[in-house]
Design a protein around this ligand. Sequence first.
Ligand code: PMP
Length: 443
Amino acid sequence: MTIQLKEELKALDQKHFLHPTTSIEQQQAQGPAAIFTEGKGIYLKDMEGNTYIDGMSSLWNVNVGHGREEIAEVAKEQMATLAFSSCFATFSNEPAIRLASKIASLAPGNLNTVFFTSGGSESNDTAIKLARHYWLLKGQPERQKIISRTLSYHGVAMGATNATGLQAFRDFTNSHAPDFHYVYNQSVRHLREMIEALGPETVAAFISEPVQGAGGVNIPQKDYFKEVRKICDEYGILFIADEVITGFGRTGKLFGMEHYGVVPDMMSFAKGVSSGYAQLGGVVISEKIHQDYCELSKGTLMHGYTYSGHALACQVGLKNIEILEREKLVENAAHMGEAMLEGFKALQEKYSFIGRVRTIGLLGAIELVKSRETGELFQSYLSPIFVQETMKRGLILRTVTYDQDTVVFSPPLILSKAELDEMLRILDETFEYVRKTIVEKEG
Ligand code: PMP
């Protein structure tokens, strides 16, 4: 790699590439933090030859790890045979049919019919629209309102943005669609009060991630969703689970809601269904909803993406799920998740500025605090500096700084004990460095 090439790419990036969820200021000042060229297993390599542990599975999605030849092979074959054909107007293709059936066989309870999208945002927009359409068909057109939770993240399409509880995403365009409402994270009482205040007959659906990802890996109390399910049933409200991060093994169960023994009416998924090898997502709906659609719907389902049921993406999804099952990656996530928690606890004992730690499967968080007793945070957030330092040491992580100072973890589900130990060693080294250079000086 020549310095010249790097400089050239940096300049082109700054001028021509508007990055997703990126500080424009930072991009213009520094250029790309890394230009990745290769991935293998849990590792990523950049154009300068640096190697990193991909501690976030990139964007919580590369669950089977990078560089899977067998996925590349089926993708090549499918692309050469039939990359794409329409699924509108009853047209179909075998990979889409097979993947829909496969997902129906894996999804909890009677979630049995799949609508395909290209990612999580489209999936949540779809779920919201399918819920509203459902009530139109059922003769209750006033059921339009969507309730979600503070600190939730559901994506950036218009419906998904408005369902997102993290306000910064809504403030970005200062457009706040009507009919979206937010309840406090763990409060079933607030949910009930909200429904009563809005009028139950005006509420279409409640949407929630089983475990919030972007909001800080917030793991609900054991009985939270059971209570939510009861309330939804009581008021006849549809319950949508956003399994975009938690689906396909991330939490040590195939789907996150399985931890809570609750079956939603609809479940959105993306990320882990294809481990990022192709753009793919979808919504699984219950048999009950599907039957009602079949009975009541007379016209066309006026919702569909060009790439709904994309043959190549679905074929990739099938191979990805085959790997997940063959290599028992869900079990590995459960098992390694426990080891990761042990590792976090050991670090917590060593460093007084680590607050709460938590994991559920291979989804984890470490909170940084100035004082454990009061929960006081450092004046300027510590986690962004922390993850810059882990990156220098070969570990890519991410932070959450909405009313908290948290480092989050989502390593590939293939993680081995030796790789976890390497990750923990880098964390230890970085905590030590941050303690000496920042914490002791501030404290
Ligand atoms: N829902 C959740 C829970 C997510 O974490 C994300 C993405 N991080 C989305 C939806 C949106 O998915 P996408 O970025 O694929 O549109």
